[in-house]
Design a binder for this molecule. Structure first.
Ligand code: MG
Ligand code: ZN
Length: 199
């Protein structure tokens, strides 16, 4: 069985972008806005070097909400992989939930089991890639990432670089907090992640 570090995308690997209309951080919706966060490529590389699969699990309701189309999402993936490759970092898989319960696009309007905080994306990846969820990690910058990780039976790390208030809800209490992805990977190393080898 493989171990994985599941990674949220926006705010973990690449910068989330402030959306002034919604008054909150959002996915980048122009390629010019897409940039890797400092240390992210190095962290992804370290995940592979420790013998973990690096698997992105991300809610991307932009198509459902009419903010972008499939070709844009493909272009972002290509850019993401290219930026990582330039630093010898590699993602084993990318899983997106494209659904939204109030989607404008009817085909994507659903109460699905894969939109985090639900664990569907992690479970699907585990099936596809032979991942032992109990020996894997979920790293994200939102309480919903932590909830999804906990629901899947993973260990969880919340990136709290923006010093968001922690929810009192114990369903979203992470095993660790870290300032960024590189610090999260250090926490995994400290837990002995490096001891394990894929067979
Ligand atoms: Mg995020
Ligand atoms: Zn979904």
């Amino acid at each position: 069985m493989n171990r994985a570090v599941f990674l949220d995308r926006d705010g973990v690997i690449n910068a989330a972008i402030y959306n002034p209309v919604e008054g909150k951080l959002d996915s980048p919706y122009s390629l010019e806005d897409f940039r890797l966060l400092a240390g992210a490529a190095q962290a992804v590389r370290a995940i592979s070097e420790m013998g973990f699969l690096a698997v992105v699990v991300s809610n991307q309701p932009g198509i459902a909400k009419g903010k972008c189309d499939y070709s844009f999402l493909e272009a972002v993936n290509a850019r993401l992989r290219r930026h990582l490759t330039q630093e010898a970092a590699f993602l084993d898989a990318i899983y997106y939930c494209l659904h939204h319960p109030h989607a404008q696009v009817k085909a994507l309007r659903a109460e699905c089991d894969c939109r985090k905080p639900k664990p569907g994306l992690l479970r699907r990846a585990a099936q596809d890639l032979g991942i032992d969820l109990a020996r894997s990690y979920m790293v994200g910058d939102s309480p919903t990432d932590v909830q999804a990780g906990l629901a899947a039976g993973c260990r969880t790390i919340l990136i709290d670089g923006e010093r968001r208030p922690q929810p009192a809800d114990s369903a979203a209490t992470p095993h660790h907090t870290a300032s960024d992805l590189l610090a999260a990977v250090e926490a995994i190393k400290r837990e002995g992640g490096i001891v394990w080898r894929s067979s």
